[in-house]
Ligand binder design. Structure first.
Ligand code: HMG
Ligand code: MG
Length: 322
């Protein structure tokens, strides 16, 4: 077999040795799919992503199934996972009912998901922003008491389709309240993919000024305007070492008009490999997984790296059937 596809490495000062990719494809990627994907296919996707070297694979959501029918099979997906040592399989939980379902399914990591804006809190959680934060309090307390890892998403950090610009102070305040509740880390969501690099750096500066270290911050970009990779690299150069991405670039949010797919994991891996930043991911296995998922979903992956590499990966597999 010819050498694995990889870019030439050009290390630059200011980039870390390693970035942890928080894979969200099976959750954020699939939650918006109109055609229901079978639980065994979802579990196979999670297993293949973990086998490709992703150490965090967000597996599903324990939300109200009437709100996200695609993920109504969360228990079944969790039961089918082949849990690999050293891999974490976080799940979304909006309330205590969701946490109880998640814990009964053996989840060891959970995520609550808040909104920086009032309108999206109501649309996504059927609650005001404050009511949603109050809903999370017992979730975080019970999860921490049980020894679980707890991440907090903050959505609409960079723009909201109903409210427009989102003041940095609002994002910072919601983030601080979530950390004060006991959440381990914040993931800053650009739910509708409108952020640009200066805005990202401005928010990271504001969080650091408020005493939130970059080791507690992750970034989560959707790619509506093609800025997700640039924004992620800017955040990494600024000190962030956890980046959310979705294999093949699938994704969106059913409750946010104009949300498209997340940053594609393959595009991120290619860029980081070029900078000599370790991710632990085997790009060949990852591309093969996303090409398979694209065939399941019946449309090509939007990821440029998958498009560039899929034929080569397929032909190498044919040459080497092991
Ligand atoms: P609600 O309808 O207001 O809930 O939903 P409720 O508390 O009034 O309960 C209504 C019924 O739902 C009750 O049943 C509950 O038991 C049941 P009934 O008594 O009528 O028979 N119920 C549940 N059942 C199972 N599991 C549960 C659960 N909760 C209630 N967990 C709720 C409020 C928050 C639950 C709802 O709005 C919801 O599920 N929202 C989730 C929306 C969602 O999943 N959005 C996508 C994820 S967020 C995202 O994608 C953004 C992110 O990627 C970051 C970014 O990009 O910015 C993370
Ligand atoms: Mg998202």
């Amino acid at each position: 077999m010819s050498p694995a596809p990889q870019p030439a490495v050009h290390r630059r000062p200011g980039f870390p040795a390693r970035v942890r990719i928080w894979e969200v494809g099976p959750r954020d990627g699939l939650q918006n799919e109109p055609t229901v994907v079978a639980p065994e296919v979802k579990a196979a996707l999670v297993d293949r992503l973990a086998a490709a070297g992703l150490s965090v694979v967000e597996a599903t959501s324990f939300v109200n199934p009437a709100w996200v029918p695609q993920l109504a099979d969360a228990e079944e997906v969790m039961a089918r996972l082949t849990r690999r040592p050293g891999v974490r399989y976080p799940v979304l939980v909006p309330n205590v009912a969701g946490l109880e379902r998640a814990m009964a399914s053996g989840a060891t990591d959970v995520c609550v998901f808040a909104s920086a804006t009032e309108t999206f809190a109501r649309r996504n959680l059927n609650r005001s922003r404050d009511e949603a934060l109050a809903m999370f309090e017992p979730v975080v307390a019970e999860a921490k008491a049980a020894g679980l890892g707890v991440r907090a998403y903050v959505s609409m950090c960079f723009g909201d389709p109903w409210e427009g610009d989102v003041p940095v102070a609002e994002v910072r305040s919601v983030g601080e309240r979530l950390l004060a509740m006991g959440c381990d880390e914040l993931s800053l969501g650009d739910t509708i993919g409108v952020a640009t690099t200066g805005q990202v750096l401005e928010l990271l500066d504001a969080l650091e000024e408020a005493g939130v270290g970059m080791d507690r911050v992750a970034v989560h970009f959707h790619d509506t305007y093609g800025q997700a990779l640039a924004n992620s690299l800017a955040a990494v150069e600024r000190g962030v070492t956890t980046v959310d991405a979705s294999a093949g670039g699938i994704g969106g949010c059913p409750f946010a008009k104009s949300a498209t797919g997340n940053l594609a994991t393959e595009d991120l891996c290619w860029a980081l490999a070029g900078l000599g930043v370790e991710t632990g991911v085997d790009l060949v296995q990852l591309v093969a997984t996303s090409a398979w998922m694209a065939s399941v979903l019946g449309r090509p992956s939007p990821s440029k790296a998958v498009q560039a590499l899929a034929d080569r990966v397929a032909s190498e597999k044919r040459e080497d059937p092991t």
